[in-house]
Design a protein. Structure first.
Ligand SMILES: C[S@@+](CC[C@H](N)C(=O)[O-])C[C@H]1O[C@@H](n2cnc3c(N)ncnc32)[C@H](O)[C@@H]1O
Length: 251
């Protein structure tokens, strides 16, 4: 495994590159299996209100959960004792994910709630509240070794922020804002630590690692998102000419 390198590959095969107990922190955002929303196709204009991303294409809930279990088992293998893990998910799968996390050996710790202050509005015909929350499951391999406590009012399991906008926004449908991710990375890792993200997407975890002087490794299966990651690396290097860490690469 090379430090500060993202591999263009399926994470399940890519994990072979990562040694046992070599990672200080896992921070990841897997597919959410949004295809379950197919049953609302009868709705007028359903395309406007239902998110069906290509990377969410699993045949069934069972297949999706089995996939997550394989990924989390590998995360457990590569995590150092005392490493924390953070995994984004929606409210519909959070209880399954908490159980899988424990099944593979991690300790479940807390669910963190991100309130998106500018969500897609509720559509009257759907008779549902707006989807303004995303959840971040915190777990650990044993008791967390690193816990960089912030001021007490920043240690709540609730964070409020708009979705990615402006220059930070890239062409990735589920890009997470750096502002939401960085506090958890700072709390659960130290400068120089290695962070793993098996589902890099637009590379948010990698950029957050560079900004906070951590190292990263990870995977992204889709070539078009790898191009975005490369653009973000170039932007970071342009804006940080004095960067003296290991230069980020994608291959
Ligand atoms: C929810 S998105 C991550 C978004 C990311 N947090 C960001 O801020 O840009 C999940 C990503 O995982 C990728 N992906 C899906 N299955 C994968 C697999 N088996 N191995 C590696 N990447 C995969 C998808 O292409 C997608 O970009």
């Amino acid at each position: 495994m090379k430090i500060n390198q993202i591999y263009k590959t399926d994470c399940l095969s890519g994990f072979a590159k990562i040694g046992d107990e070599s990672v200080d922190l896992i921070f990841t955002d897997p597919p959410y299996f949004q295809n379950r929303a197919k049953d609302v196709k009868g709705l007028k204009n359903h395309k406007d209100v239902v998110t069906e991303f290509k990377f969410d294409g699993y045949a069934s809930e069972e297949e999706y959960l089995q996939f997550l279990e394989k990924v989390l088992r590998e995360c457990y293998r590569v995590a150092k004792l005392g490493a924390s893990g953070y995994l984004w998910c929606g409210d519909d799968f959070v209880s399954y994910i908490n159980r899988i996390v424990s099944k593979v050996g991690f300790q479940f710790r807390k669910v963190i709630h991100w309130h998106k202050t500018n969500p897609f509005p509720a559509i009257y015909t759907r008779k549902m509240f707006a989807n303004s929350m995303e959840l971040l499951v915190h777990f650990s391999k044993g008791t967390p070794k690193t816990w960089n406590h912030k001021p007490v009012n920043e240690m709540h399991n609730f964070i409020e922020s708009p979705i990615c906008m402006g220059k930070e926004r890239k062409k990735h449908e589920t890009q997470k804002p750096l502002k939401v991710c960085i506090p958890f990375i700072e709390i659960s890792s130290n400068a120089g630590d290695l962070i793993l993200d098996p589902f890099m997407g637009s590379g948010t975890t990698a950029i957050a690692a560079l900004i906070t002087n951590r190292n990263f490794t990870g995977f992204e299966i889709d070539e078009k998102y790898c191009t975005i990651i490369n653009q973000r690396f170039n932007e970071f290097l342009l804006q940080n000419k004095d960067f003296n860490g290991k230069r980020p690469t994608i291959d």
